[in-house]
Design a protein around this ligand. Sequence first.
Ligand SMILES: Nc1ncnc2c1ncn2[C@@H]1O[C@H](COP(=O)(O)OP(=O)(O)OP(=O)(O)O)[C@@H](O)[C@H]1O
Ligand SMILES: O=C(O)C[C@@H](O)[C@H](O)C(=O)CO
Length: 336
Amino acid sequence: MTYVSFPVSRKKDFTAIGRLCIDLNANEINRPMEETMTFTKYVGGSPANITIGMSRLGMETAFIGKIAGDQMGRFIQSYLEKNGIDTSNVVTDDTGAVTGLAFTEIKSPTDCSILMYRDNVADLLLQAQEVQEQLIADSKVLLISGTALAQSPSREAVLQALTYAKKHGTVIVFDLDYRPYTWTSDEETAVYYNLAAEKCNIILGTREEFDMMETFDHNPDHSDQVTAQKWFDFSANIVVIKHGKEGSIAYTREGLSHRADSYPAKVVKTFGAGDSYAAGFLYGLMQGWTIERSMAYGSGAASIVISSHSCSDAMPTVEQVNDYIERCNRGEITVS
Ligand SMILES: Nc1ncnc2c1ncn2[C@@H]1O[C@H](COP(=O)(O)OP(=O)(O)OP(=O)(O)O)[C@@H](O)[C@H]1O
Ligand SMILES: O=C(O)C[C@@H](O)[C@H](O)C(=O)CO
């Protein structure tokens, strides 16, 4: 069964819009930030990570975003290009804005947090008139992520990108990517998330993220089924609700639900799980695979990334995901 029809004969498989930033991941793991002395620098930001993931899986990709006009901005641009990502719609800020920094604290495999430096960041300064309509028209998929909706003018840029995607029949994916520190209130967040989600064909989020979106709804039991059903009355064909190590459930417009278990992992840190899951899942759907196989692929990619030090740099290739899943199936990776 085909759940989503991706427009064929387009130059680009996948374009994302939103946050490009830097992750500084603690080198001395299993200790608090106060005792962490050195960090490794990686490109970060959920939509950037997903695009890097799609590119590693062999997809033709592009990014729409804004970087600082400094060494950090140039580092991000050059990393994207080295990964085969089209940066023709990555705009350089000329106002002195800076690159968002995410310092990751890895206290234990299950206790990680992110300390954000996000004042006057370039990624939130992308303007609606800077979004290239032709790039979206040339892409099979547009992925948006929630953080870019947090402030103007990036909010309007995302809404304009959604308008272009609708106009050209580009499949729209929404990775909720809810980062509370970027928002001022639950009510404001819920309003903008819901406005965007109405236009999206595939929605991916955790239970907690959907709970935030339901600030004005009635879902007292936090039912995944109730959550998903709401979006089928709008544009959604697939709603995926992720439950960390417990796995994920995908609901489809046809009324079916599919569950995927997670694969075992020797967890270093849990960030990046959702981004790698999204890349693997979307890659599978775009190959015409079943939802179950696509979810399993996403879960395999996630286990690889959480077993690694970085998010972006650890995004796996097709061979790496296949190999990981085969090793799990043979019982060679058992630690979870
Ligand atoms: N501890 C774990 N062990 C194995 N797999 C995991 C673990 N945590 C997450 N995963 C895998 O990653 C997928 C997505 O994880 P999760 O629900 O934590 O998303 P997320 O909260 O968006 O991730 P992120 O931490 O990147 O924001 C899960 O469905 C599962 O396959
Ligand atoms: O911006 C953040 O919140 C952290 C990111 O930079 C990080 O790469 C991430 O989003 C992992 O999901």
